[in-house]
Design a binder for this molecule. Structure first.
Ligand SMILES: *Cc1c(COP(=O)(O)O)cnc(C)c1O
Length: 410
């Protein structure tokens, strides 16, 4: 008899985005002629930079020739891409990395979800709350999160990010083995200053904590003082793994490419206290379970760093951040409290009159025909908020503001 991994059965059946889809479908059935504007799901809408498209066409043609064909590639990714990443994303910020410390993957979701493979099942976990659900659910699947009690997992330490603390989590009063940080943050759209991030690195160094740092949205940072990488902080190479993605930067959500930095210095302990470099374990894990990202994709990602690619990415980021500004100003003019949207493509909107997240969501759907994401779906501290994304078409963002204004006035 084959036995199932029963930890999977602990996961609640309701997946946030399928719950939303159900409610939107119900609305559509009863209002067939109403056009809905979706500012809910965090997918991008602008096409890939032309530089990436051209590079991928060229790579396809290479595969057609005997001399230029590429079969299985290195599981860690091609060095041409790792070198371009180091040269463009890290060296200009004074961060020295070796290509063996950069692992190319098929996106940040895969690696943030799989990194737990190389860590014991009984480590304690800390997350900022609200949070990207992958961090918790992937720990539930291996039993590391414990059991669900009143919407909270028993082995997870929740660090609330609320209006009262400006959405900056407080340093916990106890030690945590593994801590997830995501900045710029999904869903709140808020960032950590260098000073604040430094506190976390110092906490990690003092408490022997491993930080899993998700920087998928670093390209959206506008303020020059905000760190793009955790390695801008001294000592971070000893305690942090960083995840990056081309998804939100260059429209690769369908193409699939990202990377993970595992510095040689970052270690974790065995029960007898021996320190093991995590780079070695992650390399072993990837070589066994991952086939690498396709050659075509990696050539496309490399082109993100070409002069044309950089220019095109800059334009796309500007487009989305202009959406964010239009929406933030619009919502604030309506008297709503809005956070984020200045260094991230997300707006975190406080529901007026103490309404809860789902009620705010439903009223906005039925009365303004605009879809957001209920904040409580990202964790208990998200209750009373709604996330709007700036990834839509400009005209949709503008029309959404007109509708919301009409609704809130009425
Ligand atoms: C979108 C997103 C990612 C990127 O995921 P990919 O798998 O690279 O597409 C990673 N982390 C967060 C928090 C995200 O919102």
């Amino acid at each position: 008899m084959a036995l199932v991994n029963e930890h999977f059965l602990k996961l609640p059946n309701n997946y946030l985005f399928s719950d939303i889809a159900k409610k939107v479908n119900t609305f559509k059935v009863t209002h067939p002629r109403t056009e809905i504007i979706s500012l809910g799901i965090g997918d991008v809408t602008q096409p890939l930079p032309n530089a990436c498209i051209e590079a991928m066409h060229k790579a396809v043609n290479e595969l057609a020739g005997k001399e230029t064909f590429h079969g299985y590639g290195p599981e860690q990714g091609y060095s041409f891409l790792a070198e371009a990443i180091i040269k463009n994303d890290f060296a200009p910020r004074g961060i020295q990395l070796d290509t063996s410390e950069v692992f190319i993957n098929d996106g940040a979701k895969s690696d943030t979800g799989n990194i737990g493979d190389i860590l014991r099942h009984d480590n304690s976990i800390g997350v900022t709350d609200p949070i990207y659900p992958v961090y918790i659910d992937s720990n539930v699947m291996c039993g590391r999160a414990g059991v669900l009690e009143d919407g909270r997992w028993s082995n997870v330490v929740y660090l609330p990010c609320l209006e009262e603390n400006d959405f900056v989590p407080e340093i916990p009063d106890r030690r945590i083995d593994i801590l997830y940080l995501c900045y710029p943050n999904n869903p709140t759209g808020t960032v950590l200053s260098k000073q604040e991030l430094k506190k976390w690195v110092n906490y990690a160094l003092a408490n022997d904590t491993l930080i899993l740092y998700d920087a998928a949205y670093e390209a959206y940072i506008q303020n020059p003082d905000i760190p793009h990488s955790i390695y801008e902080i001294k000592g971070a190479k000893k305690c942090a793994i960083e995840f990056r993605s081309f998804s939100k930067t260059a429209g690769f959500t369908g193409v699939r490419c990202g990377y993970t930095v595992v510095p040689k210095e970052v270690t974790a302990a065995t029960l007898t206290g021996e320190r093991i470099p995590l780079n070695r374990l992650w390399n072993r894990r990837q070589c066994t379970k991952f086939n690498g990202t396709s050659y075509i994709t990696q050539r496309g990602a490399e082109a993100v760093f070409s002069p044309e690619g950089k220019e095109q990415v800059k334009e796309t980021v500007k487009y989305y951040m202009t959406n964010a500004r239009i929406m933030k100003e619009g919502l604030e003019n309506m008297g709503l409290k809005v956070y984020g949207g200045e260094n991230a493509p997300y707006l975190w909107v406080k529901a007026p009159g103490g309404m809860n997240s789902w009620r705010f969501f439903e009223q906005m759907l039925y009365e303004a025909n605009v879809v957001g994401t209920p904040g409580v779906g990202f964790g208990p501290s998200g209750e009373g908020y709604l996330r709007l994304t700036a990834f839509g078409e400009r005209s949709n963002c503008q029309e959404a503001m007109v509708r919301l204004k009409r609704w809130l006035k009425g």
